[in-house]
Design a protein around this ligand. Sequence first.
Ligand code: FES
Length: 111
Amino acid sequence: MIELCSVHDLNEGESLGFNITDKPVFAVRKDGDIFVYHNECPHLSVELEFQENDFLDLDGALIQCSTHGALFEIETGHCLSGPCQGDYLKPAEFTVRDEVLYLVPEKEIST
Ligand code: FES
């Protein structure tokens, strides 16, 4: 497992990006729950954020791609509008232990 951050570093309604592995991911906290996705827009496979750690739209209700403005539901990664409407962000496997957020690399999931 790969340590990402303390859960206390991820505030409600905010997002954090992590470039720790060769596949960047980002985490969002909404209504107390944490969601982690690969940082890759299903439209053109580019990274999503406007600037560092800024993955959400203006009111923090949806994930937004900075390239063409696609909007994604935080809970599901479902694209609600934009050029990749109907597609999904790819969820990243994660776990929380002792208030630390860990990424579970894909090769650990399959074993
Ligand atoms: S690259 Fe994300 S909407 Fe086009």
